[in-house]
Design a binder for this molecule. Structure first.
Ligand SMILES: Cc1cc2nc3c(=O)[nH]c(=O)nc-3n(C[C@H](O)[C@H](O)[C@H](O)COP(=O)(O)OP(=O)(O)OC[C@H]3O[C@@H](n4cnc5c(N)ncnc54)[C@H](O)[C@@H]3O)c2cc1C
Length: 288
């Protein structure tokens, strides 16, 4: 029998951590699924001056969060969720071939502040993908493109190169490093994705590049790409005041629910979402 957690928290930033901390202090059986270090945004902050009782740079903020997590025994399971599926009274969360089950989910995956590429939304699921492990094998022997936002994803590009005949890489950071011979580095970013039923080509400054698919390896995929059927408005999940969503048992917190994009709002929402998830489980138990 698979273990079923009370609540799964998906995300690695302040909102997710705050939710996990609240769940731990309420003695809920939780899974916190994310990557170490509280997210790139924490580390990139030059100076955090608007978080009550804290002043210092992002690295000091991250260190303070890590210290507290250690003292409180808040445990992170390392991994990125590649799908969250509502299955009646529970959710299935998939992560790099692993499966986790929970009765409630808190989505705290942040937002990608860089804009979307023209055609990115339109061709989602028709040649646009956010998950190398999920969709890489679909492009065996084909030419594909990858827009990569962080060095953390270089391994995933190498993985894609194991299937595709050529991988055209557009990096938003300097000096990416690859080993596979079929990886071609391009300067700048594509201007648009074009096609008919599926992706057929990229429009570049210097002309067109025929490709069968394009992967966006970035910190936060659109929430609707992660959770099928989730009501969204642009990049944000539509939430009620208790941070519940249109999917029963699924809550959202932090930047993913909308502005203002601030640590204090993310932390506050993490706590509210944890509270709402626990209240939801209590009601579900009574009714069941
Ligand atoms: C340069 C910069 C400076 C900033 N400075 C300040 C400041 O001084 N004060 C302030 O209040 N705010 C500041 N902000 C805003 C602040 O960083 C955000 O409001 C805050 O980080 C939001 O927290 P979050 O947990 O909602 O999302 P994020 O911090 O974005 O965290 C989400 C995390 O979830 C991870 N994730 C995404 N998808 C998945 C998945 N499928 N599975 C597992 N994990 C996933 C992401 O990799 C990311 O690490 C700054 C932002 C930037 C970019």
């Amino acid at each position: 029998m698979e273990k079923i957690y009370d609540v799964a928290v998906v995300g690695s930033g302040v909102a997710a951590y705050s939710a996990a901390l609240s769940l731990k202090s309420r003695k809920a059986d939780y899974l916190w699924l994310g990557t170490k270090g509280f997210g790139e945004k924490v580390r990139l902050s030059e100076y955090v001056r608007n978080y009550p009782a804290f002043t210092g740079d992002g690295k000091a903020f991250s260190a303070a969060l890590a210290r507290q997590a250690e003292e409180e025994g808040v445990v992170l399971t390392e991994g990125r969720a590649d799908g969250v599926y509502a299955m009646g009274e529970q959710f299935l969360i998939t992560s790099n071939g692993k499966e986790y089950y929970a009765r409630a989910v808190i989505l705290a995956t942040g937002v990608e502040t860089a804009g979307n590429l023209k055609g990115e939304r339109e061709f989602l699921g028709r040649g646009v993908s956010y998950c190398a492990v999920c969709d890489g094998a679909l492009y065996r022997g084909k030419e594909i493109a990858v827009v990569i936002s962080s060095r953390d994803y270089e391994e995933e590009v190498e993985y894609l190169a194991g299937f595709a005949s050529a991988v055209h890489v557009f990096s938003v950071y300097k000096d990416p490093l690859f080993h596979a011979k079929n990886i071609v580095l391009h300067k700048g970013l594509p201007l648009a994705i074009e096609g008919n039923l599926r992706v057929e080509k990229l429009i570049l400054r210097e002309g067109e590049l025929p490709v069968s698919g394009i992967f966006f390896l970035k910190n936060a995929a659109p929430p609707s790409a992660l959770v099928g059927g989730l009501e969204t408005e642009g990049a944000h999940v539509v939430v009620r005041r208790d941070l519940s969503t249109n999917l029963e048992g699924l809550f959202a917190a932090g930047d993913v629910t909308g502005r203002p994009y601030q640590f204090v709002k993310a932390a506050g929402e993490g706590c509210v979402a944890a509270d709402s998830a626990i209240a939801y489980l209590r009601t579900a138990k009574k009714e069941g």
